[in-house]
Design a protein around this ligand. Structure first.
Ligand SMILES: Nc1ncnc2c1ncn2[C@@H]1O[C@H](COP(=O)(O)OP(=O)(O)O)[C@@H](O)[C@H]1O
Ligand SMILES: C[C@@](O)(CCOP(=O)(O)O)CC(=O)O
Length: 472
């Protein structure tokens, strides 16, 4: 019965409860290093750019009577709930500890990390150590932000995350989830304006900076000592030039808004590698052949500078000539990385297969020793979005590699609020993306089809109706 009796036995209508907020979705991209990996460790310049592989975070709101906050991260098999009232709010609100959304937090507070431990250590107790570590890293990033930005009155919610970015392949998967979490939590406390289409550039820039700062905090919870490049690219999109002359300090980062959006073939060797082992190889080479190693690192720096000079020229436009220039730099950069000893037979196999078809220019990206290769694909006359030949793709897959068709230098963080999309097949007014639909989308393609930020209109990609971005 919808009501309750008063003392006279008469039914009183139940006051309607406040309507629940509709679900919201945010999305942030992964990244690749286009030029300058390894050289950047030795104080040289590098360029990193966003890719169109992305993470998608759905926030669904629960009735206020449910005092829980939950993470559903099926990509890594994490599902965990906390009782909001059990979390260490007092520690995060203590004098000198309380942070506001506008505070510039640049590192984790060890006492607060400690206060979170009982709520982190209880996660996935029966899972193998390696998996538990992954779960705890993701959960730490979330809880640190949730307690820093929220309050005990934070609404009960479920945060469901799916990503199309391979994890641990040097493509910035952790930064993209950090950016999604920071954006969702900042939006929930109304600490961001927009995004909307006619938002002034400076205002958009400010929102991105705010997101980026908090995403860096979340990255610290996952990684300990991140460079800050991945979260900067993931929040702002496009590309950045970065340089670390003092390794103890964060790098100098310059946004490259004119970086062209290029079709990119990304091939994952599926060969695991250790960034620190590859970095150590270069350090050894520098000891044994100092002059030669320095010349190689300086040449990589020159490659990055050449790309930077080209892209930032007032009259820069993407045409056959400028693409050829960038492509040649990709080829040269790869050769220099081979000379440094950080390639791998699998990366060389991929490069040989792709070079043989002549479809574009290929280099390893990130630390090397495995991980991924990127190919800038040459446009063909009749095809505006070039695709590699089917034969090549089949060979790569048959040899155990994984291929991704992506775009370089696209948008950064995006918002879909309310989480309603027009997919062409649904009820009038669009489809509300609920948790069930999101969780049931099959594989990364299913996620892209259901909620992806872009749609393919014949030969060009366009932003799907509903998604909005801050574009400085
Ligand atoms: N799809 C995802 N779902 C949940 N957590 C994720 C996801 N992607 C990344 N992470 C978190 O980020 C960590 C991966 O970071 P890292 O090894 O640096 O890889 P990457 O180079 O891809 O950022 C994982 O251990 C996990 O905690
Ligand atoms: C090799 C290096 O230049 C890039 C490593 O990239 P990744 O770990 O593959 O994302 C190391 C670094 O910049 O810290």
């Amino acid at each position: 019965m919808n009501g309750h009796a008063n003392g006279n036995g008469k039914l009183l209508a139940r006051r309607p409860s406040a309507p629940m907020m509709p679900p919201m979705m945010v999305s942030a991209p992964g990244k690749v290093i286009v030029f300058g990996e390894h050289a950047v460790v030795h104080g040289k310049k590098a360029i990193a750019a966003a890719i169109s592989l992305r993470s998608y975070l759905l926030v669904t709101f629960l009735s206020k009577t449910r005092r829980s906050v939950s993470l559903r991260f099926p990509d890594v098999g994490l599902s965990h709930s906390w009782n909001i009232d059990d979390l260490p709010w007092a520690a995060f609100a203590a004098p000198g500890k309380k942070k506001y959304y506008y505070d510039l937090v640049t590192s984790l507070d060890e006492e607060l990390v400690e206060a979170l431990q009982p709520h982190i250590q209880s996660i996935s107790p029966k899972k193998p150590e390696q998996i538990r570590k992954i779960h705890q890293a993701s959960a730490s990033a979330f809880l640190y932000l949730f307690l820093s930005l929220g309050s005990q009155k934070s609404p009960p919610c479920i945060y469901t995350l799916r990503s199309t970015i391979p994890i641990g392949a040097g493509l910035g998967s952790s930064a993209s989830i950090a950016v999604c979490l920071a954006t969702a939590l900042l939006l929930q406390i109304r600490a961001l304006s927009g995004p909307h289409e006619d938002q002034p550039s400076a205002e958009s820039e400010l929102q991105i900076q705010r997101i980026n700062h908090w995403a860096f905090v979340a990255e610290c919870a996952i990684h300990g000592n991140p460079s800050g490049v991945d979260n900067t690219v993931s929040s702002g999109g496009k590309a950045v030039l970065f340089q670390r002359t003092d390794y103890a300090a964060p790098p100098r980062v310059e946004p490259l808004r004119s970086f062209p959006e290029l079709p990119l073939l990304l091939v994952d060797t599926r060969q695991s590698r250790s960034t620190s082992a590859e970095v150590a190889k270069v350090a050894t080479l520098k000891k044994t052949h100092p002059i030669i190693a320095d010349n190689i690192l300086n040449s990589i720096h020159d490659v990055t500078e050449s790309a930077h000079n080209l892209i930032t020229r007032d009259d820069f436009e993407l045409n056959a000539e400028s693409l050829q220039h960038l492509g040649e730099l990709i080829t040269i950069n790869h050769g220099l990385l081979v000379s440094l000893g950080v390639s791998h037979p699998k990366l060389e196999r991929i490069r040989a297969l792709i070079d043989h078809t002549g479809i574009g220019w290929t280099k390893l990206t990130g630390a090397g020793g495995g991980g991924c290769a990127i190919t800038i694909v040459k446009p063909t006359e009749d095809d505006e979005v070039p695709r590699p030949p089917v034969d090549l793709e089949n060979t790569l897959i048959d040899e155990g590699f994984q291929t991704f068709h992506t775009t370089l230098a696209g948008d950064g963080v995006g918002v879909l609020w309310p989480a309603v999309l027009h997919n062409g097949l649904e009820e009038e007014g669009g489809t509300e993306i609920d948790q069930e639909k999101f969780l049931n989308a099959e594989g990364t393609e299913g996620v892209e089809t259901l909620v992806g930020v872009s749609v393919n209109l014949g030969n060009v990609n366009a932003v799907r109706e509903g998604w909005r971005f801050w574009r400085p």
